[in-house]
Design a protein around this ligand. Sequence first.
Ligand code: GDP
Ligand code: MG
Length: 177
Amino acid sequence: YGDYNQKIDYVFKVVLIGDSAVGKSQLLARFARNEFSVDSKATIGVEFQTKTLAIDHKTVKAQIWDTAGQERYRAVTSAYYRGAVGAMLVYDVTKRQSFDHMARWLEELRGHADKNIAIMLIGNKCDLGSLRAVPIEDAQEFAQRENLFFMETSALEATNVETAFLTVLTEIYRIIS
Ligand code: GDP
Ligand code: MG
């Protein structure tokens, strides 16, 4: 019976948002399946992936939603945000514009989501250090001002990916329990 018989205590919906090509789908692939693909196709069809883990001796099923090529401003529908208790706001540390867009993604998120949502700002592709276009201090300052968690990650090298998701999931658990 194994996992099939496992009692789920909580299901937490977490949404990934941010510009196209910042690495949202690869972060999810890394977290859910420990996979990475260099030539990832724009996400089509798949709405979410799940990963079951233990937090404080409870069984939590994380249901992580990925945008299906709807990253244009305001193209993400309210159904995407509905019921989300966590969010990952992702930019690419080598693309300044993707960071500058964080403010409006955050505004859109706050307009749709629950008041108590746990939010993590993620600067992905930190393996590309020589191409960095966003100083870590800029992101820290934004995160502090907006009261967000913040971490730099690499889906490619699996740096901080698990930690970032676990931080958000643990915060959600703290909020609801
Ligand atoms: P999405 O549009 O936000 O879902 O972005 P994808 O996950 O499809 O990734 C876009 C491109 O960036 C792909 O070519 C990935 O292989 C690449 N990519 C994603 N994460 C990383 C990373 O951490 N480091 C590097 N160097 N490339 C990455
Ligand atoms: Mg994608």
